[in-house]
Design a protein around this ligand. Structure first.
Ligand code: HEM
Length: 291
């Protein structure tokens, strides 16, 4: 994600591409390692499916895609599966990490979200479920505010103008490469009041969503090539964040911190009454989960 989102002169002057001016191509060698991990996962699953007669499809994403791929009319290939895993993991986990970093910095907002979830679930022991998502507007506002401040695909994917087109007095010539700066759009004071503050409440007051119809807020893109993973990401983000807020107490280890933008945070999450601890290091925060 860091490399994909890094500014690159070669995006503006494609003639520089072979020179790799920022060393991004050299640094992206880890993609090969990542692809090897996905390849191993898929081939292991294919092996189990073909050798075990009693294998009952778990109907996780891998099974679902392999089932679709078996269909003669399907156009999903193994390469497509790699792409889906690649683009679907970091974007979602990055957004979750930012949401947690912002909430730990604004604990009162996390407690407000928890109170909202508790109200929906009541005193049940059950987990936070997909069907609860529509009933937690504040949690939904937190996810939107996180995507506004920290869009994981900062410049969207480069597009190309198919004809000359004039937009608000600016001429965009045919074949020009178009990049949309999502981060700058999220910081525009003409659109967002107090744009640098993490304020989920702003989304309770206006009907703005990231589904590609409100052009001031398109972290998943818009139009025919917008992110096809949006429905999955939408559910996963709410389920993961909602569950962590619902089931864990969040604490800052070793005192307070002032700025959510520093790279490593020490955050301790503990499940009520638990004593087994798991440490999770992420780019943004250092979690200690007690279960
Ligand atoms: C927070 C999560 C995510 C964000 C913010 C995000 C954002 C984006 C954006 C901005 C694009 C380019 C759209 C454009 O330029 O018009 C894109 C493309 C894409 N995304 Fe996502 N994405 C997320 C999660 C996922 C997931 C979970 C999957 C699949 C499992 C996925 C699969 C794809 C694919 C396959 C494309 C390429 C589509 C094409 O080229 O037509 N994304 N995504």
């Amino acid at each position: 994600m860091e490399i994909a989102g890094a500014p690159n002169l070669a995006d503006y002057f494609p003639v520089l591409r072979p020179l790799d001016p920022h060393g991004l191509l050299r640094r992206s060698k880890f993609y090969k390692k990542l692809l090897a991990i996905f390849e191993k996962h898929i081939s292991e699953r294919l092996h189990v499916r073909s050798t075990s007669s009693s294998y009952a499809s778990s109907e996780d994403l891998t099974d679902l895609l392999l089932n679709i791929g078996k269909d003669q009319n399907s156009s999903i290939s193994l390469n497509d599966m790699h792409d889906l895993f690649l683009v679907g993991t970091d974007t979602t986990s990055n957004t979750l990490e930012w949401a947690m970093a912002e909430l730990i910095h604004n604990l009162e907002k996390m407690l407000k979200a928890r109170a909202e979830i508790k109200k929906v679930i009541g005193n049940d022991e059950r987990a936070f479920e997909e069907s609860d998502i529509s009933r937690v507007p504040y949690l939904r506002a937190i996810i939107k505010e996180t995507l506004r401040l920290h869009p994981p695909v900062t410049f969207l994917v480069p597009h190309k103008a198919i004809t000359d087109v004039e937009i608000k007095g600016y001429m965009v010539p045919k074949d020009a490469q178009i990049m949309c700066n999502m981060w700058a759009m999220g910081q525009d004071p003409n659109v967002w009041s107090d744009p640098q503050r993490f304020k989920p409440e702003r989304f309770l007051e206006v009907e703005i969503d990231f589904k590609g119809r409100d052009f001031e807020f398109i972290p998943f893109g818009a139009g025919r090539r917008m992110c096809p993973g949006l429905p999955l990401a939408d559910i996963m983000l709410h389920l993961m964040l909602g569950s962590l807020i619902h089931k864990f107490d969040w604490k800052i280890e070793g005192g307070s911190f002032s700025d959510p933008n520093e790279s490593i945070r020490r955050v301790s999450l503990s499940l009520n009454g638990g004593n087994r601890q798991t440490e999770v290091n992420s780019a943004r925060i250092h979690f200690k989960l007690s279960i």
